[in-house]
Design a protein around this ligand. Structure first.
Ligand code: F6P
Length: 547
């Protein structure tokens, strides 16, 4: 047994979970008219109502004690102070420096990183202004109106999903297209509709070694040259964002066209760096800065608010409660806002790549569950598909519902319907519908007793299903920045409790390595096959289909 599972707070939580499992939230609401008020906290334009959770004062106190015992506050301080907390990669974790508006220095190896960060932000600002004003032109003198942003993982999801969410803030003069998949259909479909003279390619790869991104950029380059551009014109149409300046230069990127980032920025935390350049091109620099400022305000809140009012702490502790004491294996995100439809996929990488780990500390294999499966999609669509399982299935799926209270340019009828569905779902999950209530509904419908009992059994909704509701005054850049930082810090707190390194990602490496070995056998069709029988068979079939 690990120290975590034998700790007094953990033991107390196990006991409390047994007690709570015999109770129903419906009764708690009936018995305490102030429950919603008691369990609602608002900050940075985000109001969190967590009253529809399987918690009471005792549970919260025990969870807070667990956080204390796991030294979450000390670990938080170490992260913000630039200590080498990513110990397997020997790196500091300082995405927070990229949105540091405190005016204070942030030291890495005794060196203040803020001047470099600010210089890069200035470079982004003037670059965006020059594209938007039409001052920066393509090789034939046309304005650059089509941006093709190539990247994958954190070099894609952050920029794409933040841009999508902020559609009401788009700058009218440019259109940004995102490409991630190495499946040639993706880049082909994007480029085939574009005029190369008006196209700017932004290639984003922190490592500058990612196969998908390199190949898509090569294909874009070939397309540009075939369409009439020359090698000398490339500098006007291709720029790169990378921490590997040497590789970017060797690839042929003009040095002035490279936007830097640093090894202390993790891939899935990189949208705040120059990786966010496509966002700034989409919404303009002022809006992009508001996004950074929103994240900064959440950083301040996370560092200073007491644990009981601290939004990232609350979300994280609730997650630990369900993951470790209710065996919940997944967590669903349900944004009720069409433009936030990609948000679950963003948090999916953030959370699963960070806390999908099995080693705590330096080498202990954990004996408790760590990061859950994160999934979800936009409301109301899910209500007509997978919500069935959340309501009546046999697994517990804690949910985060999200809704902007007001939206730009929208018909009020639609918005009221959207909101009613969001609120109605959280209510249904919490209260459920008893067998007796179902039976009463069916009375007088001409069913005999056996049929009535049977149908009422099928219709019974157990309820007692936990959910958080996050309301936004409006989904503007500042609020979105705060929201993303909220989830980043939630993930941090959970990683700190579970003792895992939330900032490496060794699990993705083996697949990349084997993929490269297989590619070698696919392109060299005479090469002997020396893998397992299944893989050999798959390769043979591919070779036959592609002689
Ligand atoms: O394969 C995983 C990963 O390393 C992510 O962590 C990262 O966001 C993505 O690949 C892209 O990496 P890069 O920006 O170096 O191309």
């Amino acid at each position: 047994m690990t120290a975590l599972t034998t700790s007094p707070a953990w033991q107390q939580l196990s006991e409390l979970a047994q007690q709570v499992k015999t109770q129903h939230m419906r009764d708690w609401f009936a018995g305490d008219p102030k429950r919603a008020e008691k369990y609602t906290t608002a900050v940075c334009g985000i109001e969190l109502d967590y009253s529809k959770n399987l918690i009471n004062t005792e549970v919260l106190a025990a969870l807070q004690q667990l956080a204390k015992d796991c030294q979450v506050e000390q670990k938080r301080h170490a992260m913000f102070a630039g200590e080498i907390i990513n110990h397997t990669e020997k790196r500091a974790v300082l995405h927070t420096a990229l949105r540091n508006y405190s005016g204070k220095a942030v030291l890495v190896d005794g060196q203040d990183v803020m001047p470099e960060v600010q210089a890069c932000q200035q470079k982004i600002k003037s670059f965006v202004a020059s594209v938007h004003s039409g001052e920066r032109k393509g090789y034939t003198g046309k304005a650059l109106t089509q941006i093709v942003a190539i990247g994958i993982g954190g070099s894609f999801l952050g920029p794409k999903i933040m841009s999508e969410t902020l559609k009401p803030y788009w700058f009218a003069g440019v259109k940004v297209h995102y490409v991630a998949n190495v499946d040639g259909c993706h880049i082909h479909d994007v480029l085939s509709g574009l005029d190369h003279e008006e196209t700017l390619v932004v290639m984003s790869s922190k490592s500058f070694t990612t196969q998908e991104t390199l190949q898509n950029t090569l294909s874009a380059k070939a397309w540009f040259l075939k369409a009439g551009g020359s090698q000398a014109d490339i500098a006007k149409h291709f720029i790169a964002v990378s921490s590997n300046i040497k590789a970017a230069t060797e690839f042929g990127m003009a040095e002035d066209n490279i936007f830097p980032l640093w090894d202390w920025v993790g891939g899935r935390y990189s949208l705040w760096s120059a990786i966010g350049l496509p966002i700034a091109l989409t919404i303009g620099y002022a809006n992009y800065e508001a996004l950074l400022q929103g994240a900064y305000s959440m950083d301040e809140h996370f560092q200073t608010a007491p644990v009981e009012h601290n939004l990232p702490m609350i979300l994280a502790l609730l997650g630990v409660w369900y993951t470790n004491f209710f065996d919940a294996q997944s967590h669903v995100l349900l944004p009720y806002y069409h433009y936030m439809r990609g948000f679950p996929a963003y948090v999916q990488q953030l959370d699963m790549e960070s806390n999908g780990k099995r080693i705590a500390g330096s080498h202990t294999v954990v004996d408790y569950a760590t990061g859950p499966i994160i999934w979800g999609s936009e409301g109301t669509n899910g209500q007509h598909s997978f919500h069935q399982l959340i309501h009546q299935g046999t697994v517990l799926v804690p949910a985060d519902f999200m809704l902007p209270l007001s939206v730009e340019n929208q018909d009020n009828t639609h918005h009221a319907m959207l909101a009613s569905n969001c609120f109605g779902q959280t209510q249904a999950l919490m209260q459920g519908k008893t067998f007796e209530e179902c039976k009463a509904d069916l009375a007088g419908k001409g069913l005999d007793e056996a049929a009535l009992n049977s149908l009422a059994t099928h219709k019974t909704m157990p309820g007692n299903k936990p959910s958080n509701t996050l309301l936004f005054d409006k989904m503007d850049p500042h609020t979105l920045g705060a929201l993303v930082a909220l989830y980043e810090h939630k993930v941090f707190v959970q990683g700190a409790i579970w003792g895992v390194n939330s900032f490496d990602q060794w699990g993705v490496e083996l697949g990349k390595e084997l993929g490269n070995q297989v590619l070698d056998k696919l392109v060299n069709s005479d090469a002997a096959l020396n893998f397992d029988a299944s893989t050999n068979q798959l390769i043979s079939k591919f070779r036959k289909a592609n002689p």
